[in-house]
Design a protein around this ligand. Structure first.
Ligand code: NAD
Length: 382
């Protein structure tokens, strides 16, 4: 069995799917590993380190694509790469199957088996494979660090002979994995932190990190969808949140906003008036930018200066911390590989709930019902 590690080609991508340190248990199972030259460089892993770990390094990307039985990746391969994959191979990565299923059509037809890390069920057995949480953790941290770097103020309260500096005020919207890490990071830097989430269950976690949880009376409507995620709210319920956010923004130096509803565009929670009410020099980091953004002024991927307020809308903040983002991702991938590689042999058993949940396509057909539905019009047209 041959496992391939490719250099990621998406613009701005710095992560790699497996690091040299991840290879030990695979090599011990007799798996041959080929790495594209330079694959790990931006994540701090040299070609020599992969060679020392037992892999073969080659500049011949096409031969890896054509021969690998298993390809763990960070991002989906582009259609030209997909067309070269070995039929029957297994590809694993952040494949965006619900956002861009058509972009996977060439691989599905090849056919290869596609597993999407976004679709790994959030059950306790699969926690060690939860790459979304790993990346959200990194992004939540980095959002606060970036905001602190740009803010023309200090974060901690300082009592000096020259007087007292008050602490920065940070407002975190959406207290899921990224939001909680943002709260913890801002608290460590000494900021006073407030947070808002529609899920009441988030309140206890927010308070346990030393932040204040802001409650909005939504009239008892259901705010939780399935799997601990938020439900999509009505415009009326969203408006109550928007009002609270505008009031809180007026006294906040930094906003880190992370609110998302799986499979839906991010809720627009921060109105123009909220940004206009902020003091010059304030910083907003919209981590929901990949899903369109939480602020109505957000332009995904673009940093804007709006009347003295800096609005950042990063599309891949985890890639700004490539070493640890790759390390966490590689561990998630390695744990996932444990489900399909047994004693050096590839065995895909879709009766396993985790594999069935994460599987996008197998043997030429979509497995995930949502992906099948999204691809159906195209299939009918053919
Ligand atoms: P996410 O990225 O989908 O959303 C981020 C946060 O935004 C969530 O807390 C959500 O409630 C909030 N949000 C959505 N709409 C909002 C709105 N209109 N206003 C304010 N906030 C809004 O979520 P996530 O960070 O991936 O995780 C969400 C939940 O899943 C959390 O409870 C988390 O603890 C849980 N989780 C469970 C597992 C597991 O393995 N069981 C793993 C990871 C996360």
């Amino acid at each position: 069995m041959l496992l391939g590690i490719l250099k990621e080609t998406a613009p701005g991508e710095t992560r790699v799917a497996l690091l040299p340190e991840s290879l030990k248990s695979l090599v011990a199972q007799g798996i041959a590993i080929t790495v594209e030259a330079g694959a790990g460089l931006s994540a701090g892993a040299s070609d020599a380190a992969y060679t020392e770990a037992g892999a073969t390094v080659t500049a011949d990307r096409a031969s890896i694509l054509a021969n690998a039985d298993v390809l763990p990746l960070v991002n989906a391969p582009d259609p030209a790469d997909q067309a070269q994959l070995k039929p029957g191979a297994v590809v694993i990565g952040f494949l965006k199957p619900l956002d861009a299923p058509q972009a996977l059509a060439a691989a599905i037809e090849r056919p290869v088996t596609l597993f999407s890390m976004e679709l790994v069920p959030r059950i306790s057995r699969a926690q060690s494979m939860d790459a979304l949480s790993s990346m959200a953790t990194v992004a939540g941290y980095k959002a606060v660090i970036d905001a602190a770097g740009l803010l023309p103020r200090l974060f901690p309260m300082l009592m000096t002979a020259a007087g007292t500096i008050p602490p920065a005020r940070v407002f975190v919207i959406g207290a899921g994995v990224a939001g909680l890490q943002a709260i913890a990071t801002a608290r460590r830097l000494g900021a006073v932190v407030e947070a808002y989430d529609v899920r009441a269950a988030a309140g206890e976690q927010v308070r346990s990190l030393g932040a204040k949880f802001l409650d909005v009376d939504l009239g008892g409507i259901a705010t939780e969808g399935g799997g601990g995620y938020a439900a999509e709210l009505s415009e009326e319920a969203l408006d109550r949140g928007r009002d609270l956010i505008a009031r809180t923004a007026a006294h906040s130096d930094v906003i880190v906003t992370t609110a998302q509803v799986p499979g839906r565009p991010a809720p627009r929670l921060i109105r123009r008036d909220a940004i206009e009410a902020m003091r010059p020099g304030s910083v907003v980091v919209d981590l929901a930018a990949p899903a369109g953004g939480n602020c109505e002024l957000t332009q995904p991927g673009v940093t804007q200066h709006l009347g003295g307020v800096t609005l950042l809308a990063p599309l891949n903040l985890a890639a700004a911390v490539p070493v640890h983002a790759s390390q966490l991702y590689a561990r998630n991938i390695l744990n996932f590989l444990g489900l399909i590689v047994k004693k050096g042999e590839l065995t895909v058993d879709l009766s396993d709930e985790v594999l069935a949940g994460a599987c996008v396509a197998h043997q030429g057909s979509p497995v995930n019902p949502r992906v099948a539905k999204l691809l159906k019009p195209a299939a009918t047209a053919n």
